[in-house]
Design a protein around this ligand. Structure first.
Ligand code: FAD
Length: 591
């Protein structure tokens, strides 16, 4: 394969990723400067399209609501690991960002009076935890679909250049700046260098490292591995969210909207067990609580089915008309994947890997930042991140449902705007480094030329099974140490991986192998961060350290990749000082 030709493109801003975060950033930037988007798939195939339940904003359309209550819920939901300045910013921006979308033409579901429909969702309450509140703005159960299409239309209108089906391989740095990105053209083959003043990563989540997951096939966390390889840290990766209701056997998501509309969970005795674990909000407790409660029921022999290894989600008591109007996608998913008509029978569900709270560290302007316990945060010139691949950190140790669609809109927009400011302050592009992109090009060549004896899919299968078994809902020192060794072994095997397809055109064997290399790298950061963190907080539950330990662990983990492939951990403080309101101090868990 001719590998030497490299095409160079020059833009002010390149955004890697065309989900909600990337598109919102592109929209903000394209009003001011020359903006391009590089995406592995067509924008409308990004994972954001599958978001179901809705996006949080205190519009008060159904009942009185307040951004301060939203902030309180988010801080508490984060198990106090969230940065409170960023959370305040998120919650205060929410109503404005949703109205903006409405004005762009997003087809929200409507109330009788014509206002945007809002539903209840786990962890969202009124008056500081009193009772569940209607805060999630929804377009039936296809909110993400409506959102991506609305944003994509606006980007096209604004003249954004799209490089679709291009795979980013390496971040380019020079003189302390990020100066662009190297990518591979999936359709035709060939390398492309994007030379930029500012680069914004919006590459999404990574839970394809687990066997049971709600995520799309492309959610392989490439952005995290590229960031680590460029010498930058990733933050709080040990916090992986398991959604309580994935369809048994396949993992596809049954949105919390189902419980928001009145659905509930039962064990094999037909008992609504959530009342024992969360006496105030029952089935609408936060996701970490519900997932662990379900796993506990199964562990204690109260699971359903012949093997006792799932829980039942009941909606058959609801009006079938409501199901077909408000939850049509759920009905279809249950029918196709679990073979049940959920208007007549319950859906078998299990906890499923869903969301990554951690990511590329940023401040509340979307600037990627460096920092440690004793040095204050400082931005990396020219580097921005937003959406699920970033860690602002508004979700801390556990994300509340509907706060991610909000996060991608808010930080996509402000990240895009901040990147524009930076571009305008920089008279010229910082030059590309000598041999720009060499590492990425060499990696592709090495894989294509390799004659090793290992197969990509065998390594991936083992990664998924072992991450689920050893670094899932429950973790201990024993399982995590075991997984650390397994990952070392898988990384060794990866060095001998051989491609079956040596071609240039649509070589998905190559793309999946590159993705596997990325996943192995950041999985080490997940496992080692989890091993070091000897406490239980949010989604990170250590059987051997079941209590939260604020004295020693109220801090963010930073993981760096050393040149020898090992992980180095560091820490930085949680920003407990909000912008304008009193701090929410860590409290005993209420549920
Ligand atoms: C089934 C499901 C339902 C959900 N429901 C909700 C909900 O109701 N409410 C809510 O708030 N959240 C929900 N979430 C979470 C939320 O949808 C996601 O966190 C959010 O959409 C992520 O958006 P993003 O823009 O960061 O990334 P994505 O939408 O995942 O987009 C990532 C982009 O990065 C690109 N990319 C990745 N790697 C590369 C590479 N190497 N080179 C080039 N491009 C690359 C991809 O092409 C893609 O365009 C749900 C998630 C799932 C999986």
């Amino acid at each position: 394969m001719a590998m030497d030709k490299v095409e160079i493109h020059k833009h002010d801003i390149v955004i890697v990723g065309a989900g909600g975060a990337g598109l919102r950033a592109a929209l903000a930037a394209s009003k001011e400067v020359n903006t391009a988007v590089v995406s592995e798939v067509l924008p409308t195939r990004s994972h954001t399209v599958s978001a179901q339940g809705g996006v949080a904003a205190t519009l008060s359309n159904v009942e009185p609501d307040d951004w301060l209550w939203h902030m309180y819920d988010t801080v508490k939901g984060s198990d106090y690991l969230g940065d409170q300045d960023a959370i305040e910013f998120l919650c205060r921006m929410a109503p404005e960002i949703i109205i903006e979308l409405e004005h762009m033409g997003m087809p929200f579901s409507r109330l009788e009076n014509g206002k945007i429909y809002q539903r209840r969702f786990g962890g969202h309450t009124k008056e500081f935890g009193k009772e569940a509140v209607c805060r999630s703005c929804a377009a039936a159960d296809r909110t993400g679909h409506a959102m991506v299409h609305t944003l994509y239309e606006q980007c096209l209108k604004n003249g954004v250049t799209f490089y679709n089906e291009f795979f980013a391989l390496q971040i380019l740095t020079n003189e302390g700046h990020v100066v662009g990105v190297l990518a591979w053209d999936i359709v035709n083959g060939g390398f492309h260098l994007f030379h930029t003043k500012a680069t914004l990563f919006a590459t999404g989540g990574y839970t394809r490292i687990y066997r049971t997951t709600t995520n799309a096939h492309i959610n392989t966390g490439d952005g995290l591995a590229l960031t680590m390889r460029a010498g930058f840290p990733v933050e709080d990766l040990e916090f992986v969210q398991f959604h309580p209701t994935g369809i048994y056997g396949v993992g596809n998501l049954i949105s919390e909207a189902v419980r928001g509309e009145g659905g509930y969970l039962v064990n094999k005795d037909g008992e609504r067990f959530m009342k024992r674990y969360a006496p105030t909000v029952w089935d609408l407790a936060s996701r970490d609580v519900v997932s662990r409660a379900m796993a506990e029921e199964i562990r204690h022999g109260r699971g359903c089915g012949p093997k006792g290894d799932y829980i039942l989600l009941k909606v058959d008591h609801l009006d079938p008309e409501l199901i077909h109007e408000r939850l049509p996608g759920i009905w279809e998913l249950a029918y196709v994947f679990a073979h049940v008509d959920c208007t007549k029978e319950p859906i078998p569900v299990v906890p499923t890997a869903h969301y990554s709270m951690g990511g590329i560290p940023t401040n509340l302007h979307g600037e990627v930042v460096l920092g440690s316990m004793d040095s204050p945060e400082s931005p990396v010139p020219g580097f921005y991140a937003a959406g699920e691949c970033a860690c602002a950190s508004v979700h801390g140790a556990n994300r509340l449902g509907t706060n991610s669609l909000l996060d991608i809109l808010v930080f996509g927009k402000v990240g895009g705007e901040k990147a524009v400011e930076f571009c305008q302050s920089l008279p010229e592009h910082v030059p590309l480094p000598e041999n720009a992109g060499k590492e990425g090009i060499d990696e592709v060549k090495r894989l294509v030329d390799s004659t090793g004896d290992e197969k990509m899919d065998a390594i991936w299968e083992e990664l998924r099974d072992t991450m689920e078994a050893n670094c899932g809902v429950f973790r201990t020192e024993e399982t995590l140490s075991k997984q650390k060794k397994i990952l070392e072994n898988l990384c060794e095997r990866f060095k001998r991986v051989r491609l079956d397809d040596k071609g240039k055109v649509f070589n998905l064997d190559l793309i999946e192998t590159l993705e596997l290399g990325h996943m192995l790298e950041f999985s080490k950061a997940i496992v080692e961060g989890a091993l070091a963190r000897t406490e239980s907080r949010g989604a990170h539950y250590r059987d051997d350290f079941p209590e939260r330990d604020d004295k020693n662990w109220l801090k963010h983990t930073l993981a760096y990749l050393n040149e020898d492939g090992r992980i180095r951990l560091d820490y930085k403080p949680v920003r407990l000082k909000p912008l304008t309101v009193p701090t929410f101090e860590p409290k005993e868990r209420v549920y």
